[in-house]
Design a protein. Structure first.
Length: 1099
């Protein structure tokens, strides 16, 4: 995907993914395969790579190809089923989610996230001290400010931007100061790539700012705009009255406060603050004119009101909502207004109609909240209601306004508008929400406590209203999740994300919710069973006709996956950009990935402690549910090619569905549009050269004639919500390729560092190169030189090895540009020949022999083969020598180095031992009947009779288990046909493979021994259940004091030799005694067995 969410491995026709794809893991403490997943153990904790998923698209059909991981040492490869058709591309998709920690070593809580048009990921949270991974040149690289809070010390904002794949931190910065705290609550990126940060601070004017609005005091709202590089402020406003602003009721840990002169309990039963983190609700958005709109909550009766607005006065109660609009550069507030009645009110979210009006939504306890128009619910439902209010673009008046609620607590946490002007909202209810007759989708739980609704633009009625939530087997009056992001895509599918589970022990009983247990699961992505305290993602089909996607996601066990406040976002295509406060306290594994993301584990520590803290985590998931999307580009992203060169085009948004692709090539194009690879052509004037509906997301075409060409892709999926998408790519084809060549000459005197370089490059039509065609880089940190001179002189700074690169950048005249070539020169006043060669090689194969000599202008290689043949090669620089090793045995290598200027010589010798590939083979035997033990007899041969003929073995039995024995035995856990593979390799790593299929019938059975003698004589030294057909096991052994001395969940202990308990605990032999055991087994046929009993340990 272009969003960089997942990584895909694509094996094109002609390749062999079994051999060509190898992933090497460097630095892990341990690697192991379990249940198809790869577990990577690092010093920072455990990382899980989810089991792979592979498919091909053949004749319009998406065909899943059985695929699994294979692990040999630290090399991961893929086992591919024989169903793989090598004439079509194979996509191996590990289904890994882009999930990365911030990398902070200071405690770092997650709040808010957003995206930009390029798919970059932005996230914001709070940081308790130094340790946030700020980047050089960022706006604020040091922690500054902060006053003690939450027994953690002070905090300010930490803001990070990651590239679309999450592998690189583009920038990271603190934002805050002045001795007070600061937190972000909502992020959005404008068309200039600047990041808008909405938040709050109690640092007053100590917070970084370019202006203030209002008298300020207590907590104040903030709007901050960082430039696209994160290096400077565009503008920053502190906005507020003398009371708390940007705070919904009170900080999340506050249980009581002074209201009207008395200390008042503001617990959950009273408050708009229904969920942990609701104190930081509010949203920033950008309208069509680029103006910045902010909604939130204020307890300041003197909150700054600007302009002729719809509500200039505070409504009453503890707080009102507020709405304000600011200039794109935050140079001023254009208008601002209260929004509320006589009780408590909070504005949470903001969106826009097609004509620029504002839709604001949130929660209210005011029965006299400003209602207007012929709306769906003009009267207050009771306790707390959601509300939607439509406001004119200039803030002067309310157009329409309605309650939405039951007689219990209901609030709206998301609002969107579709292309037809209909309004969508999402939120939570603690009552019985109205479900319209047209929205009772299959599998609905009518008692669900999360609601989704589509309303008419004037708010006069529902198009539909529905709910979702945990199944009736777990009835609850409480919502399951605290919503964090909301979207309606171009197909009118509705998306909601959120998190559920109690935050204990910090806030016991303050924010009860039902958690994520028993929530709907459709196409679930979580690789582990949810623990009820996870994030949750839900997608409802257009018109509430069914669930498209529903899944929890998070770590299993440990502290609840959550956010501490703020909003995250879906982009318009349905990609979630979610901020998470993750892995608090450590101890469990958050499923980050794919390999290479910026932060794989939580390395934070709580202030003044060695205990693990929290780490903000960015999660990006693409749901691919918004219809057909295509994007065409050349595979190598070039725009100029040579005639008779095959050009490969790809659909950059191929997805996972059986699309139809139609590719068309046209021989017309306006050369003035060279740099616009997506311009829509006027195809009615085009002359069609080639049209193919090759039903593949790749298209190869050879252009025989120079000219300008357009390639059109029409992508089609019948029955999808949007069936077609058309995209274009344009290239220029030339007939003048270049060949680059450079040589070097050392200049006198002998100890000179000055060289002459000769450019011998040419092109097919022998036309002169332009003055700016060539760029020289001398590899010594000197300035690049642009010159097309035949001869160039350069003075190097001193002794050393330098790579000199000549780049041809003339794409106007040369069809294979940009193109480069390099030579390596070594400067030394003391000539020394040095060979870099492997100790061993496998034949037949080509290897590169390295020349690391110090000094020298000419080099002669002399290689003597094991059979006495001599090969000689000459080089004028230190470039590597490719050499084909074809004979088994020792090769002798001689390198003669000469400095022709100084008249000096030196030589070096080395040897390489060439091994032939061994011959792998095996036979198998077994008893007859069922539940057989297979014996594998190794017949592999070395094929090498010189020096070292040792062989090593790796068996893969096809059921996820492996062995390194020479002649292993194996019992299969369940019935089936298994592909057994033996890899035989020698000391040089030269390998050969043999394989056979094995068919077995297993009848589940169980027997439990009651005595063992762990005395090291090799007989009865271990104890374990003896069973057939085991898929899952839990086996525990306890001593007479109830202390568990052994535990295993590995089914292999039931049938492998030396499997089970060896009579030791913590490495120490246990005394002769009677021990108790508890056993639970699940068999391959679904039946289960539970046993308890005693074991006698005898020595």
């Amino acid at each position: 995907q272009d969003e960089g969410l997942k990584y895909d491995l694509i094996a094109y026709p002609g390749s062999d993914p079994r051999k060509d794809i190898q992933l090497q893991y460097e630095g892990p403490e341990k690697l192991r395969l379990q249940d198809g997943h790869l577990h990577v153990y690092t010093p920072m904790g455990e990382i899980i790579e989810v089991a792979p998923y592979a498919f091909q698209v053949i004749n319009d059909n998406k065909i899943q190809i059985p695929c699994s991981y294979k692990l040999r040492g630290n090399i991961l490869t893929f086992k591919i089923s024989d169903k793989y058709n090598q004439n079509y591309p194979l996509i191996i998709d590990p289904r890994l989610i882009f999930a990365t920690f911030s990398g902070s070593t200071a405690d770092n809580w997650g709040y808010t996230a957003t995206y930009d048009r390029q798919g970059n990921f932005y996230m914001g949270g709070i940081v308790f001290g130094m340790g946030y991974p700020t980047t050089p040149g960022a706006f604020q690289v040091n922690f500054s400010g902060g006053s003690n809070a939450y027994n953690e010390g002070g905090f300010i904002m930490g803001i990070s931007k990651f590239n679309p794949s999450g592998t690189q931190e583009v920038y990271a910065t603190y934002v805050g100061g002045g001795g007070g705290n600061a937190q972000p609550q909502s992020l959005i990126v404008n068309n200039s790539g600047n990041l808008i940060i909405a938040g709050r601070t109690n640092a007053g004017t100590g917070f970084p700012h370019t202006g203030t609005v209002g008298p300020l005091g207590d907590w104040d709202a903030t709007l901050t705009e960082l430039n696209a590089s994160g290096s400077a402020l565009v503008g920053s406003l502190i906005i507020g009255g003398t009371g708390p602003d940007g705070v919904n009721i009170a900080d999340k840990y506050t249980t009581s406060m002074m209201i009207n002169g008395s200390n008042t309990n503001i617990g959950w039963t009273y408050s708009l603050r229904r969920f942990y983190g609701d104190d930081a609700r509010g949203e920033v958005n950008i309208d069509g004119a680029g103006d910045i709109v902010l909604v939130g909550s204020t307890q300041s009766k003197d909150f700054p009101i600007i302009g002729n607005v719809f509500q200039p006065n505070f409504g009453g109660g503890l707080q009102d909502g507020f709405v304000l609009k600011a200039a794109p550069d935050l140079s001023k507030v254009i208008w601002s207004s209260f929004l509320g009645g006589s009780d408590n009110d909070a504005a949470y979210v903001i969106n826009f109609s097609g004509n620029g009006n504002l839709y604001v939504a949130g929660g209210t306890a005011s029965s006299n909240f400003p209602i207007k128009g012929n709306v769906i619910q003009p009267t207050y439902g009771g306790r707390i209601d959601g509300f939607i209010t439509e406001i004119t673009d200039d803030g002067s008046s309310i157009i329409s306004s309605t309650f939405l609620g039951t007689d219990q607590a209901d609030q709206i946490y998301g609002i969107q508008v579709d292309t037809s002007g209909n309004v969508y909202v999402g939120g939570t209810t603690e009552g019985v929400w109205r479900v319209t007759a047209n929205a009772k989708y299959p599998g609905i739980n009518l008692n669900g406590k999360q609601f989704l609704a589509e309303l008419k633009p004037d708010l006069s009625g529902y198009v539909y209203s529905t709910v979702f939530g945990s199944s009736d087997s777990q009835p609850s009056s409480l919502p399951n999740i605290s919503p964090t992001a909301f979207l309606v895509d171009r197909c009118q599918n509705v998306y909601m994300s959120g998190w559920g589970g109690l935050i204990e022990p910090e806030t016991p009983n303050m924010y009860p919710n039902a958690g994520t247990f028993n929530m709907p699961a459709v196409n679930a992505i979580n690789p582990r069973p949810p623990d009820g305290r996870d994030f949750y993602f839900f997608v409802l089909k257009k018109g509430a006709q069914g669930i498209l996607f529903a899944s929890p996601y998070g770590q299993n066990g440990g502290f609840t996956d959550h956010v501490d406040g703020g909003t995250s976002r879906f982009d318009p295509t349905g990609v979630i950009y979610e901020a998470i406060c993750g892995n608090c306290g450590g101890g469990t594994v958050w499923p980050t990935g794919p390999p290479g993301v910026f932060g794989r584990s939580n390395g934070s520590r709580r202030p003044g402690s060695n205990l693990a803290g929290c780490n903000e985590l960015g999660l990006k998931i693409a749901f691919d549910l918004d219809g057909v999307r295509g994007g065409v580009a050349t595979r190598d992203r070039r725009k100029v090619y040579c005639n008779d060169e095959q050009v490969s085009f790809i659909d950059t948004l191929y997805g996972r569905t059986a699309y139809q692709w139609r590719w068309t090539v046209f021989n017309t194009w306006d050369s003035a549009q060279l740099n616009n690879s997506t311009m829509v052509a006027d195809t009615t004037k085009d002359s069609t050269l080639n049209t193919t509906a090759n039903k593949a997301f790749t298209f190869n075409y050879t252009f025989g004639t120079a000219g300008y060409y357009t390639v059109r892709l029409i992508k089609y999926l019948p029955g999808d919500c949007i069936e077609y998408d058309t995209s274009y790519a344009r290239i220029r084809v030339g007939d003048n390729p270049a060949i680059l060549k450079i040589i070097s000459h050392k200049l006198r005197p002998c100890n000179s560092y000055r060289y002459m370089f000769v450019n011998l490059s040419s092109n097919a039509r022998n036309i002169p190169f332009t003055d700016s065609a060539f760029v020289w880089n001398f590899g010594d940190n000197s300035a690049q030189v642009i010159s097309n001179a035949d001869t160039l002189y350069h003075q190097f700074p001193g002794e050393g090895s330098y790579t000199v690169t000549l780049t041809l950048q003339d794409t106007a005249d040369i069809c294979n540009a940009p193109l480069d070539t390099s030579i390596v020169i070594s400067i030394s006043n003391h000539l020394k020949a040095i060979i870099q060669a492997p100790d061993t090689v496998c034949i037949p194969n080509q290897y590169l022999l390295g020349n690391a000599s110090q000094g020298g202008t000419n080099f002669k290689w002399v290689i003597t083969t094991p059979q006495g043949n001599v090969d000689t090669f000459y080089k004028g620089d230190l470039s590597q020598l490719p050499y084909n090793f074809n004979e088994s045995g020792p090769y002798k290598i001689l390198l003669l180095a000469e400095d022709t200027v100084c008249g000096t010589h030196d030589e070096a010798m080395d040897s390489v031992l060439a091994y032939p590939k061994p011959g792998a083979g095996f036979t198998l035997s077994s008893d007859t009947g069922t539940n057989k033990i297979f014996t594998f007899t190794n017949t592999s041969v070395s094929n090498f009779d010189k020096i070292d003929n040792r062989l090593f073995y790796h068996w893969d039995f096809g059921d996820g288990t492996t062995s390194r024995e020479k002649n292993p035995q194996h019992l299969y856990p369940k019935s089936g046909t298994y592909h057994v593979e033996l890899v035989t390799y020698n000391s040089a790593g030269c390998a050969d493979t043999a394989s056979q299929d094995v068919t077995e019938t297993i009848i589940p059975g169980l027997a439990m021994p009651n005595t063992f003698t762990p005395n090291g004589d090799g007989v009865n030294d271990y104890i374990a259940p003896r069973a057939f057909g085991v898929t899952k096991i839990d086996f525990r052994i306890y001593n007479r004091w109830g202390q568990m001395v052994y535990h295993s969940s590995d089914p292999q202990i039931t049938y492998v030799q030396n499997g089970g308990w060896d009579g030791k605990f913590n490495g120490k032999p246990q005394p002769m005694d009677v021990y108790a055991y508890a056993l639970h087994i699940i068999f391959s046929d679904g039946t289960e067995a539970t046993k308890q009993g005693s074991i006698a340990l005898i020595r």
